[in-house]
Design a protein around this ligand. Sequence first.
Ligand code: SF4
Length: 217
Amino acid sequence: MLTVNRQEIYRYLGYGMQEPDAEVRRAVEDCLTFLIPQLETREVHRAFSLQFTGRNTLDIGGLVIQSSALAKNLDGCSEVCMMAATVGFAPDRLSARAAAAGKVSRSLMYLAAGTALIEAWCDQVSGLIREEFAGQGLYPRPRFSPGYGDFALEYQQDLMQMLRVQKTIGVTLTESLLMMPSKSVTALIGLSVQDEQCTVSGCEVCAKAASCSYRRF
Ligand code: SF4
């Protein structure tokens, strides 16, 4: 069962930290009630060796990545867990159906809810990864996705190939680097012998962010 953060949905809908009125809140609940049973959550993850081969240059299982932000985040890690996850086509399908019926705000609500749901699913997968690697004395850093900082979006293609995501979880990439289903994520998670006790939701909500040199922003 996914724990969905309503405030995140309101934020994606443009309300910032404000609470929308009761009618909007009710409409969001309607969307979630209809959407959640149709989700097809899938994920794949796999650990790869990590080597620092030059200034801000990393070799992850043979994939060479140039990124200062990622190098900083993975500093001190010996391996990397590569992950891909999706909640399936339901958010895209329901959004398109609402748009075709002229229900624009409902269409946007399905997409906003889908974004909060894929984040919730990724948090759950990150928790599973933490449990899995704790037995090997390895502790995860927060997820770091292509497109974040100077980790170029183009690497998404490499991550998807290395995890064979089309075959394993049914996710594909368009020529313009958009994932289908759209509510899908690829990410790298550094594994370190040092337990920083990172939060699965990431550095943005971590109480230690102000003094942490590995934070992802
Ligand atoms: S800021 Fe928090 S979540 Fe981010 S790397 Fe540091 S300890 Fe981990």
